[in-house]
Unconditional design. Sequence first.
Length: 440
Amino acid sequence: MTDNVIFTVQPGGRLTGEARVPGDKSISHRSIMLGSLAEGVTEVSGFLEGEDALATLQAFRDMGVRIDGPENGQVTIHGVGLHGLQPPKGPLYVGNSGTSMRLLAGLLAGQAFDTHLTGDASLSGRPMRRVTDPLAQMGAIIGTTENGTAPLDICGDQPLHGIDYEMPVASAQVKSCLLLAGLYAKGRTCVTEPAPTRDHTERMLAGFGYPVERHGATACVTGGGRLTATAVEVPADISSAAFFLVGASISEGSDLTLRHVGVNPTRIGVINILRAMGADLTLSNEREVGGEPVADIRVRAARLKGIRIDEAQVPLAIDEFPALFVAAACAEGETVLTGARELRVKESDRIQAMADGLQTLGIDARPTEDGIVIQGRGGEAAPLGSGRVDSHGDHRIAMAFAMAGLRASGPIVIDDCANVNTSFPDFVGLARQCGLDIES
Ligand code: S3P
């Protein structure tokens, strides 16, 4: 049981200056996975030294891969090739990390040895059939609990064959899981998504020299190829930048520049939604590093207005809704989100957790089955009240309510914040440096 880490935020302030948030979590996970399975030595820079990505790193160490670092974001992976992993001595424990568990499930289904994948209480409550069902269609044998949750028992030495899979939910984790299993399958594995989701796996596979066919909503790999080591430069995580984009947008006098942020088109829903609300965001210095677009983002305070959020933006902003709900509370008028049922099965039920916390702070926030309706109070100097809110051990809920302090009438105390370290080590230090009055 982790200690109850509490954030206390004093009201007011603004965000100014320049900052670089930590490395992208999704890309950091994938760099360890593909680097380990490649032939040769992969050098990673900008790696996220947060608990989730470190859980993936440890899992590969447990399977015999030599990995040096991380040190200041530098990691050196001595790849063992697609068939070079060794059986781990015990269960692979991946903590709070859904990405580790779901992507590893695909990759481990193709190994010659059995594995047992476990996680913390939150991860052990999250749905895994979305990966184990299609993997079973490929020939994998994976045990779950009766509820379809972790721990996962993955049987080794099962011949896999390619499938054509239409995903019922727009999930990059499911897509990536199946493409990774596809590396070990006989024939071609194709995954079709109902809406665009982050495509880091496809881009990085190509960067490691593995052909990926992409036609519209479908991505395919053919088993039996090889990965060749390469250099990976991880951009700053737009999902971590999102808290600062919202914080600066809602607090008068803010003018903040976030450096080297990943702006992959499958991740920029937060930019599109904030702009639709009237935010003042400027991208500059746009360039591509290692197959991923990056930019500097300048954000200045603006009067936000409530909107009806375009459902097409939902998968492109899936991790940014806790922060966006705080923006909605500080906007003028009503914001309506629909088509976002997935938020209920993230690290917490993010619809309920945010609605509860916003209500504690005096906001009319009404959860619906697949979204939320928020009555913004942007006309008022302090749209948010003060009080004690529960993050439910969810890193993004904790950071979203931290930014709420910028427009609160009194202190906000946030419980259960230890998991901020899963994605954003030293969030408190960076937020303080930019002007948020926060202590932990
Ligand atoms: C991720 C995909 C998303 C996202 C998660 C990271 C990934 O999950 O919420 O934080 O790295 O592929 P889903 O695929 O379940 O939507």
